[in-house]
Design a protein around this ligand. Sequence first.
Ligand code: FES
Length: 107
Amino acid sequence: MITFEVIEANGAIREVQANEGETLLQATLNAGIDGFAAECGGCCVCATCHCYIDDEDLDKMSAPASDEAQMLDFTATERRPSSRLACQIKLSSEHIGIKVHLPERQY
Ligand code: FES
């Protein structure tokens, strides 16, 4: 079991539990947390599952693949070095305890 925190745009902190191999997007949606539109259903072609990985957790993340890196140019809110697409992050034990910040909007 992997536990991580989602910090909503309003500052609310939610704890999420996920199984290894689930995506960050799936786990967050399964927890009933709003904040991702995920229009393409996780196919890396919409950029509406944008999130920011906490700066302190960036070293736990592998670099985005080229298709994710390209799609990050189309996020509705500012792209930062910590920007990621939640559908492209497969959770593993390395991600235990990470903090994920949701942007104000996805459009
Ligand atoms: S759900 Fe569309 S890019 Fe992630």
